[in-house]
Design a protein around this ligand. Structure first.
Ligand SMILES: *Cc1c(COP(=O)(O)O)cnc(C)c1O
Length: 362
């Protein structure tokens, strides 16, 4: 059997969830959209079921998968409904629903509902993606309450630049939010992972009944491109690993792989690993991207191909055929691999496919 696999450490997932709660002092919706960032939404939800205050997904298809697997906890739809017909299912399965646009307010007013909805009313406090315009927010809030179709409204917004430590934009967004929400009572939900980890000082009014929305930090990857003390306490959840399936010795001056992107500078022992971009390993990872071989650090060399990639074994005489290779995990951080490949750990995780997934713990 092909040795490429992703090990998912569910104990680490719980550790990271507890950290999100502890450092925020709020309730935490575990964000498990996009199949829990490639980690498996159902298994991650089951692992957190005893302690999570709720879950968040992108859409009703993802939410139904969780309900069908027996997850009874609250599930928030982060983009709400895409068409008004979904409101019937939202009611039937008791999903919570973001409202980010006026057309959704109209649809709720018109809907025939027998149980009132739980709405998270999203303000565009400066990201300018989705969210109600500040000038429309209070009126939308009033209309939803007056419709009789809504039981409770959580006041919500989202940060565009919380991963940039030292950037003033997050404080500006908080100020816009505080200004707009004046006079409205209710639970508040502003923070994603970088805001939970990096900006505790921005939320002096934080109530224990408020909500945070940790995503990437649950999976143990830092959202920052620099060292950060709280992020250092995260435990990587996914280990992507495979094995060396072929070894060759080359003299200096020989090309390795497609396009001869790497040429040996000295006599080189090359290991071929069963892992490629069809598994989700980034094709743009350059020579020098870290890998760990039997626990020792080495580097990727040459171009990543669809099913294989090549690594440098020259300084690892013990390593050879069958050696275990960690592409990312507890030794080689996904965020470091992502930085080498000019992407973010979010995308590395979401791109994962074909490899066998193995869950550790329960
Ligand atoms: C995805 C998402 C999150 C989680 O973001 P992370 O950076 O992964 O913590 C939180 N809130 C909303 C609205 C999201 O779409």
């Amino acid at each position: 059997m092909r040795p490429a696999r992703a090990l998912i450490d569910l104990q680490a997932l719980r550790h990271n969830y507890r950290l999100a709660r502890e450092v925020s002092g709020a309730k935490a919706l575990a964000v498990i959209k996009a199949d829990a960032y490639g980690h498996g939404a159902v298994r991650c939800a089951q692992a957190l079921a005893d302690e999570a205050d709720g879950f968040a997904v992108a859409c009703i298809e993802e939410a139904l998968e969780l309900r069908n697997a027996g997850i009874r906890a609250p599930i928030l739809l982060l983009e709400g409904f895409f068409e008004a017909e979904e409101l019937a299912l939202i009611e039937q399965h008791d999903f919570w629903c973001v409202v980010h646009s006026l057309w959704q307010v109209d649809a709720i007013e018109r809907a025939a509902l027998s149980t009132p909805l739980r709405v998270w009313l999203k303000l565009d406090s400066g990201m300018h993606r989705v969210g109600l315009h500040p000038a429309d927010y209070q009126a939308a809030h009033r209309r939803l309450l007056a419709s009789g179709k809504v039981a409770k409204i959580v006041l919500m917004s989202h940060f565009a630049r919380a991963d940039e430590l030292g950037c003033p934009r997050s404080a500006e967004q908080v100020a816009v939010f505080e200004q707009v929400r004046q006079g409205l009572s209710g639970e508040v939900s502003l923070r994603n992972s970088p805001a939970i980890l990096g900006w505790p000082q921005l939320f002096p009014q934080q109530q224990a009944s408020d909500w945070v929305r940790p995503g990437i930090m649950l999976y143990g990857a830092t959202p920052f491109d620099q060292a950060q003390a709280t992020a250092a306490q995260l435990q990587p959840v996914m280990t992507l690993e495979s094995k060396i399936i072929c070894v060759r010795e080359l003299p200096a001056g020989e090309p390795v792989g497609y396009a001869a992107r790497f040429v040996t500078e000295r006599p080189t022992r090359v290991g071929v690993v069963a892992m490629g971009y069809a598994d989700g390993y980034p094709r743009h990872a350059p020579t020098g991207t870290p890998v760990a071989i039997d626990g020792q650090l080495s580097r990727l060399i040459g171009r990543v191909s669809m099913d294989m990639l090549t690594v440098d074994l020259s300084d690892l005489p013990q390593a050879g055929l069958g050696s275990r290779v960690e592409l990312w995990g507890k030794q080689v951080l996904a965020s470091d691999v992502a930085a080498c490949a000019e992407t973010i750990p979010y995308q590395l995780f979401c791109n994962l496919r074909r490899v066998q997934t193995v869950y550790l713990g329960s």
